[in-house]
Design a protein around this ligand. Sequence first.
Ligand code: ADP
Ligand code: MG
Length: 315
Amino acid sequence: MGTAPGEFEIIRDFFASAPVGEGVALGIGDDCALLQAPASGQLATSMDTLVAGRHFPADADPAAIAARALRVNLSDLAAMNARPLWFTLALTLPDSDAVWLRKFADGLLQTAAQFGVSLVGGDTTAGPLSITIQVIGHTESPLRRDRAGPGDHVYVSGPLGAAAAALPVVLGEQRVNADVQLQCERAFYYPEPQFPVAAAIAELASAALDISDGLLADLGHICESSRVSADIHLERLAVSPLAQTLATEKAMALATGGGDDYQLCFTVPQQRVADLDQLGLKVTAIGTLIEGSTGVRCWHNGNPWSPAVTGYQHF
Ligand code: ADP
Ligand code: MG
């Protein structure tokens, strides 16, 4: 293998060897992949782009970049209670670097194997470093944003704020010891798609999404889609220990306004709450949905609380 493979060598040497998984009649190498859709249910598809300098530092570990790129896409499937099947990769590279590509491909295919999803195609171009992944999954009982109603209880699947607290460390703006550095890299580059929680709540929840832009922004999306409002009580929210150590004063602001944790926010109708409790999931009830268009209102120990940070938005 040379040190500067061309486009066709890149595809052949790093990606075409991806293992062929379930439902792949024809994988990488032809003009299209041929995929066998399951006989019932629905396909779910989603796409996310990660741009160097915006979503990750350009000099970050290629394996970590690959892991994050695939995991954030898988999180969207988890949020819809879809089982991952296939993905495609559009890779834009500033130059052809065999060492970088080997680490990237290994990180990508390892993550793919872990989640049982197979790479079936893509596109390789020259330009500023950017990674676009499209995932396709299958669901028999999708979790949507637009089916919540007044009186439903609002839940979060796990602690929030870790990824936002980790960001300055990952960007090299805040120096910490090696152990905390590792925790920050894990929080930022290796978010855990919440497949088990999604599967457990699929028959109970009225709405769900993954928290990619921040709890208040994303719960706001459920409220808009479902035409309801929310009252949430922040003293109940699980704030990540990493956020508490790294950004003590700002921990609550990061947990409510910071994105990138990829926990689920979901709602459960009052009459199903006992069934949810029976499951013994480690989820936190943070409030309730109400009628009207006040949006998401926050309370802390009974007092109104205004967010210092709102969700991330491009442009
Ligand atoms: P075409 O010219 O027909 O669009 P390409 O030369 O772009 O095809 O790609 C050839 C094959 O390699 C196709 O099957 C395509 O899906 C696959 N491919 C290209 N780039 C990648 C990549 N980065 N990862 C995985 N598969 C890729
Ligand atoms: Mg073609």
